[in-house]
Design a protein around this ligand. Structure first.
Ligand code: NAD
Ligand code: APR
Length: 242
């Protein structure tokens, strides 16, 4: 556990700690990730569902894919790792979370400073006029009154990230002296650039540590929930401060 002890010390002595999470943070809440062997993009080509073109080319497949993911959210909850990150914000030990996840689990767990870089599944609106709609409208593949197609408020491939959210998250990370990156393959631009924007230390917590991990100060291979639980044990027992 010497890596978790080292990380606990870094957190306890850090002035500002930011967290960046990806889909690996939610697999222990039974939500699939995208690129590991059980991931979404192993079952379906992302270009057929996660692009604005897909919305026009095959609205039915697009609508089923997102309505299905939204429905899956109703019987899922934050796991122990999410709850620990909420407690750490409460204790002032972390300052915020920039997440690529669209499942809303960090907010559900109680974190206040959450930057949803890729938006969230909880809003449905018309792609053409922006009028709000409901999930069952999407499920029925209804069109908007203006004739436009419905979509969730997530950033599709090729779309820009929400400017305000991106700029705020970038500012927080640049001025952090510790950035924890948890459960992401670091395959997706520009979220995968964020951690390298900080002058502080960077830590990678992931089940697969590959060549992307080259430039981290510390890598802990394993599952987010387990690692956060052992890290939290050391944090709560402050005696480890050297
Ligand atoms: P692109 O949009 O096809 O992205 C290239 C690769 O990046 C894709 O193959 C995909 O793997 C990944 N990707 C990009 N956006 C994604 C998303 N929202 N969700 C999942 N995967 C995503 O090609 P591009 O035109 O080079 O632009 C890459 C992305 O960079 C754009 O989609 C845009 O979101 C983003 N971008 C944002 C900013 C900004 O917010 N400041 C600046 C430049 C580019
Ligand atoms: N604990 C730690 N790491 C995990 C766990 C876990 N329990 N489960 C999976 N992982 C790791 C996987 O090994 C993988 O490296 O998390 C990573 C998840 O990577 P991706 O599936 O690529 O998800 P992510 O990085 O969030 O994808 C970024 O791509 O399709 C887009 O917009 C979508 O936001 C998403 C973006």
């Amino acid at each position: 556990y010497e890596k978790e002890v080292k990380l606990a010390n870094w957190i306890l002595t850090s002035r500002k700690t930011m967290v960046l999470t990806g889909a690996g943070m939610s697999t222990e809440s039974n939500l699939p990730d995208f690129r590991s062997e059980k991931g979404w993009w192993k079952q379906i080509d992302p270009r057929t569902v996660a692009t604005p073109e897909a919305l026009y080319r095959n609205y039915s497949l697009f609508a089923d894919f997102y309505a299905g993911r939204i429905e899956a959210l109703t019987n899922t909850a934050p796991h122990g790792g999410h709850l620990i990150l909420a407690a750490l914000e409460e204790q002032g030990l972390i300052d915020g979370i920039a997440t690529q996840n669209v499942d809303g689990l960090h907010k559900k767990a109680g974190n206040e400073k959450v930057y949803e870089l890729h938006g969230s599944l909880d809003k449905i609106y018309c792609h053409d006029c922006g009028k709000q709609a409901a999930v069952h409208d999407l499920k029925q593949k209804s069109k908007c009154g203006c004739g436009g197609r419905l979509r969730p408020g997530v950033v599709l491939f090729g779309e820009m990230l929400p400017k305000e959210t991106w700029t705020s998250a970038l500012g927080e990370i640049e001025t952090a002296d510790l950035v924890l990156v948890i459960g992401t393959s670091l395959e997706v631009y520009p979220a995968n650039q964020l951690h390298s924007m900080t002058k502080g230390r960077t830590v990678y917590i992931n089940t697969e540590i590959n060549e992307q991990a080259g430039d981290f100060d510390l890598c802990i291979e394993g599952k987010a929930k387990e690692i956060l639980e052992s890290l939290n044990d050391f944090l709560q027992d402050n005696s480890i401060l050297d």
